[in-house]
Write a protein that binds this ligand. Structure first.
Ligand code: PLP
Length: 350
């Protein structure tokens, strides 16, 4: 059988390990909508402790976790503030408008995290002409900024600015553990000053399905109601929680290797004449490659596919490579070799 492709399209591509499959088969379960699944209860307690919050809730996806949080925090006609490339605004099917009737005030921040001054300036005055500013959403790491990390100090400063105006703060922490590992700080420190946070278990941590949403006991009680209304009550979900517990136990230590490999990949790509890569901005497991106008992203992706390497477009001239536990050093070597053999001008006369 041929070597499986090195799949850099997303860290969602991780497959459950044999240990996860064994844990899923052996999981003790009950009806979680009735609060009777002991494995889900254990996962929620573990996640709450990791995130330093009183309570947590297991949901089918990070998208549902974010949208449930927004639904609990905001009313129809309210406004939430977020960076313009935020997942909640860009990649969740218009869920903010569809599900909560809330509107968005997008801010521009090169590294994905707005400054306190930007937050101050975006908050609406108390005037019946305006929507009511209700929520600040931060994303850490920031996916479309290239996996950029916001430090605890920057998170605290942005949160303080929002709280100072009476807004609530939610963190899209899909890759919060990547940020924590990159900084060498506990994840709980990054979200200490915010009202709610998510964490994806199904990305670099390696669980097949699921995210958690954490916050106060009262917030999580409301989130549980919203999850049911959104169709996210999952019954014998312990089969998923069992794999997620292993992802939380073993996953974080593996992220260190993903970050190391991302730096190797970024440095190798940077040396190519047709590629622009910000090596210094490659802080976690995401490498953003911008192609010179002479080079076609689609031609590159096709060339890579032929060489057994998968990546994905992240803009008209941009290709994204994501490192995760199912891509090893050999995968990075194969990817770099394939990129080096790419001839961007092969269809021109040169
Ligand atoms: C992946 C991701 C999510 C959630 O995605 P799901 O596929 O719905 O689990 C949320 N925010 C960010 C930044 C993400 O990268």
């Amino acid at each position: 059988m041929a070597v499986p492709p090195a799949d850099f399209r997303s860290d969602t591509m991780t497959r459950p390990t044999p240990a996860m499959r064994a844990a899923m088969a052996a999981a003790e379960v009950g009806d979680d909508v009735w609060g009777e699944d002991p494995t889900v209860v254990r996962l929620e307690a573990t996640a709450a402790a990791l995130l330093g919050k009183p309570a947590a809730l297991f949901l089918p996806s990070g998208t549902m976790a974010n949208q449930v949080a927004i639904h609990v925090h905001c009313r129809a006609g309210d406004e939430l503030i977020c960076e313009e490339r935020s997942h909640v605004y860009f990649y969740e099917g218009g869920g903010i408008a569809r599900l909560s009737g809330t509107q968005v005030r997008p801010l521009v921040a090169a590294d994905g995290t707005p400054t306190p001054e930007q937050v101050h300036a975006a908050v609406r005055a108390d005037d019946p002409h305006f929507p009511r500013s209700r929520l600040l959403v931060l994303e850490n790491t920031h996916n479309m900024a290239g996996g950029r990390v916001a430090t605890p100090a920057r998170m605290a400063a942005a949160a303080a600015a929002a709280h100072g105006h009476g807004l609530l703060v939610h963190v899209d922490g899909a890759r919060l553990l990547n940020a924590a590992v990159a900084l060498g700080r506990p994840a709980s420190e990054l979200v200490a000053d915010v009202d709610s946070t998510t964490l994806c278990l199904s990305k670099g941590l390696g669980a097949p399905v699921g995210s958690v949403l954490a916050g106060s006991v009262a917030f999580v009680a409301e989130a549980r109601r919203a999850r049911k209304a959104f169709g996210g009550g999952m019954r014998q979900a312990g089969v998923l929680a069992a794999a997620a517990l292993l992802a939380l136990q073993d996953g974080p230590a593996l992220l260190v290797q993903d970050h190391r490999r991302a730096k190797v990949l970024a440095a190798g790509l940077h040396a190519l004449p047709w590629a622009r890569v910000d090596v210094g901005a490659t802080e976690t497991n995401i490498v953003m490659l911008d192609l010179e106008p002479t080079a076609s992203p689609d031609a590159l992706l096709q060339h890579l596919r032929t060489a057994g390497v998968l990546a994905a477009k992240a803009g008209p001239r941009r290709v994204r490579f994501v490192l995760h536990r199912d891509v090893d050093d050999d995968g990075v070597t194969r990817c770099l070799a394939a990129c080096r053999s790419f001839r961007p001008n092969s269809s021109s006369t040169s």
